[in-house]
Write a protein that binds this ligand. Structure first.
Ligand SMILES: Nc1nc2c(c(=O)[nH]1)N[C@H]1C(S)=C(S)[C@@H](COP(=O)(O)O)O[C@H]1N2
Ligand SMILES: [Mo]
Length: 363
């Protein structure tokens, strides 16, 4: 730490950089929660490197302002600033801890969710903090060439630390070493129903009665369908237009685990072919008996599966029986459980962003 002051940029540049870093961390963190495709892996890398650079920025900032935080000198403004500092430091620490294989049991939530929660608190506190203390960097400090070099050094050291972390994890063989590029660790692959059950909202319906249940395919279609449990399991009815289909796919939950399985059920593409979408149809919404719902673009939905079985076993209630969405390449929260409706639409319903948090929301 004793060498830090020499490369430390002027205060306002540090502050502006912190702001830029938080915006970048929020953007990459947000994208990383939705994306689960290897092509998006760079987003996770940018998030990590920006996070590590932020550790240094925050250290500089805290060194500079710590004298203001003496107990006697505290007022409401400073208390808020201190809270922001603590939350930001905790967000960074939980991120780093996760990367090194840390665990924390918070019921259905884990360490990664804590990291996400703290990360989301930062912009709220930061907005309040900026309202009280915002100042633009001076023109000279921005155009100073030494600052550009300091910057390059900062980002470079973040990248080096990120690489060193990979090596350290492997050398010490920590639980952090088996992370997927999303940061998730493997749990219960190929073990039938023996992988974690996660309903991260309060979604906890009674087991669905298969006799009374049906799947409707509706909305902007010329031939709405209603299918029974027998229809979707490829049961008795040999005339059923819906042939059973299988595919292997990996469920990656944002709470930090993933699990890969052979799923069996009906291809959404087959349902859509039978239902015949109208001109202008662009989205397919999957809705749970609980109201939880999510849409996929029509072009992608055809490739998804509505699963009745996992690794040859009938899906258990916890995993979404009688029918759950398998959306390859999408993060777990989009794999709607207990599906009872497939609705073809022209426009995506924005209320689903709320419904994944409070499933009874009906907007
Ligand atoms: N209806 C409904 N579907 C849901 C959820 C939920 O809470 N309600 N949780 C989602 C989340 S966050 C994940 S990671 C997966 C978990 O599936 P699993 O419980 O079968 O492991 O289901 C998704 N589907
Ligand atoms: Mo999840």
């Amino acid at each position: 730490m004793s060498r830090l002051p020499r490369i430390e940029p002027p205060p306002r540049v540090v502050d502006a950089s912190l702001l830029a870093a938080v915006v970048l961390l929020l953007a990459t963190g947000g994208v990383s929660l939705v994306s689960g495709r290897p092509a998006g892996a760079w987003v996770f890398d940018v998030h990590a490197v920006a996070g590590l650079a932020t550790v240094v920025l925050l250290a500089w900032k805290l060194r500079r302002v710590r004298h203001r935080l003496r107990p006697g000198a505290l007022d409401a403004t400073r208390l808020l600033s201190a809270l922001l500092g603590v939350v930001a430091a905790a967000a960074l620490a939980t991120g780093v801890w996760w990367v090194f294989g840390g665990r924390l049991d918070l019921g259905p939530w884990g360490l990664l969710n804590l990291h996400i929660g703290l990360g989301l608190l930062v912009p709220l506190l930061l907005l309040l903090h900026l309202r009280q203390r915002f100042a633009l960097p001076t023109r000279e400090s921005v155009s100073d060439r030494r600052n550009a070099l300091r910057y390059a050094a900062l980002v470079g050291s973040g990248a080096v630390a990120w690489q060193a972390q990979e090596v350290a994890n492997r050398v010490f063989d920590t639980a952090g070493a088996e992370r997927r590029f999303t940061g998730s660790r493997e749990r219960g692959s190929d073990a039938g129903n023996g992988f974690p059950v996660t309903s991260w909202v309060a979604d906890d319906p009674d087991p669905v009665d298969r006799e009374a249940w049906s799947l409707t395919v509706e909305g902007r279609v010329r031939e709405p369908l209603e299918l029974s449990d027998d229809d979707v399991t490829g049961g008795e009815d040999l005339d059923s237009p819906i042939a059973p289909a299988e595919r292997r796919a990996l469920l990656d939950c944002t709470s930090g685990w993933y699990s890969e399985h052979d799923w069996r059920g009906v291809r959404v593409g087959d349902l859509l072919d039978a239902a015949d979408p109208e001109e202008g149809a662009a989205w397919v919404q999957f809705r749970s008996v609980t109201g939880y719902r999510w849409s996929l673009p029509l072009s992608e939905a055809g490739d998804a599966l509505l699963a009745t079985h996992v690794d040859g076993e009938r899906l258990s209630h916890g995993h979404g029986a009688p029918l759950r969405l398998v959306a390859p390449g999408r993060r777990g929260f989009q794999w709607v459980k207990w599906v009872e409706s497939v609705k073809v639409t022209r426009r995506r319903e924005l209320g689903e962003w709320i419904a994944v948090f409070v499933s009874w929301y009906d907007g």
